[in-house]
Design a protein around this ligand. Structure first.
Ligand code: GLA
Length: 384
């Protein structure tokens, strides 16, 4: 906090009015279920984006990122189009969304500093959006329920940037709870339960460094597949609104009425919803091994059914099966690159990390970046 204040003062020669913090997230179980109105077990990470901000007059805002030289400007009167590859798109998109909702705000100076790895599957973009929104709402007194702040972030991705993502990333960044997983329901858009991670266990994250650019990936096509599978069932079962309403038996009944690829996509989503609920039961019963097996099953379904894995992610999960310290592993997030998460015994963390890195290098000739990820609290802002 003091460091953010110092950095802001150095850059802008005045004091910030607020410091906000929004974490990255780990999708623990429940892959591509959010936009099907299903369930996800997720966690906020200790890695977070922090923003120091102060209001100013006029329409020109200045932004600085401690990881980049110089500063960036945004004119509140010129927010129209995103510029490809520009990180300020996430800020501009949020401002466009606030305008669309008729909410009032003015200009600002802002400084950000982030420990969330970029483009890795830990939702650095949601962390940036939420850190910005929480800072802005504090200095301009913008009143919105927290779930709506998540919707603002989702709309930045959906409308401004063209990625048809669900609410998971922003929602987890806001509602995460220290040392716990949150069970999210994306129909009612609420946290159903907070489930403590059994003590003595942790998540080791392995970043494949394989480029993870969801906008240009098959993400939107996966979502369309899910919707077509839903439509095939809803044509005869109008009570089915989303894949959330479909169980295995119902999906099988309609298997011949949908495209074979769409069927496999839906099979993944239906299976994930079931695994999330089984996972919660395992954790409540203290069956960490059973929980780990569900992570492995989830990855296998991603690989075979949803086809959102890649050889690097598969290699990491294959190695995980051979490590006695690792109880389960899977890709986490959109997929097509990015990260795997490994449920490990905390006492064996360094052994496990070393073995994973060495085995991966031997298998693929490539490096990974590993992070032992502690679970933190959701977004907050402190007015100074
Ligand atoms: C990305 C999206 C989320 C969610 C996951 C997959 O992280 O942003 O909305 O769909 O992929 O579960």
């Amino acid at each position: 906090m003091n460091q953010m204040i110092d950095l802001f003062e150095k850059h802008f020669h005045r004091k910030p009015a607020v410091i906000s913090r929004a974490p990255g997230r780990l999708e623990i179980l429940g892959n591509h279920t959010d936009y099907n109105e299903g369930f996800v077990l997720s966690a906020a990470t200790e890695q977070a984006t922090r923003m120091a901000m102060a209001p100013k007059s006029g329409t020109v805002c200045t932004l600085a990122d401690t990881a980049l030289p110089g500063s960036f400007t945004i004119d509140l009167n010129r927010l129209d189009a995103p510029v490809k590859g520009d990180w300020t798109n996430y800020i501009k998109g949020a401002l466009v969304e606030l305008n669309r909702r008729g909410l009032k705000f003015g200009a600002f100076d802002a400084l950000l500093s982030s420990t969330v790895p970029l483009s890795a599957g830990m939702s650095s973009s949601a962390a940036l959006e939420m850190a910005f929104c929480f800072a802005l709402k504090t200095i301009y007194g913008i009143a919105l329920p927290n779930a709506d702040w998540a919707r603002v972030g989702q709309a930045v991705e959906n409308r401004y940037l063209g990625l048809k993502s669900g609410l998971l990333d922003q929602f987890s960044s806001i509602f995460g709870k220290k040392d716990s997983l949150i069970l999210c329901d994306f129909r009612t858009v609420e946290v159903l339960e907070t489930v403590p991670l059994p003590s003595g266990y942790a998540f080791l994250v392995a970043n494949t460094l394989v480029k993870h650019n969801l906008v240009e990936s098959d993400y939107n096509r996966r979502r369309e597949s899910c919707e077509r599978a839903r439509d095939a069932i809803a044509a005869e079962c109008p009570e089915v609104k989303m894949l959330r309403d479909v169980d295995h038996a119902l999906l099988e009944r309609f298997r011949d009425k949908m495209d074979a690829v769409d069927y496999r996509r839906a099979l993944h989503v239906v299976g994930e919803d079931e695994r999330v609920m089984q996972g919660v039961e395992c954790l409540k019963e203290g069956d960490v091994a059973g929980f780990g097996r569900l992570l492995f099953q989830s990855h296998e379904s991603s690989r075979a059914n949803f086809e959102n894995s890649c050889p690097e992610l598969d290699a990491l999960v294959e190695i995980a099966h051979t490590l006695p310290e690792c109880l389960g592993a899977r890709l986490s997030g959109g997929g097509f690159g990015g990260i795997t998460i490994h449920l490990i015994r905390l006492a064996d963390a360094e052994t496990c990390r070393g073995r994973l890195e060495t085995a991966y290098k031997a298998m693929t000739g490539k490096e990974i970046r590993t992070i032992l990820c502690a679970i933190g609290d959701g977004a907050s802002a402190v007015a100074l």
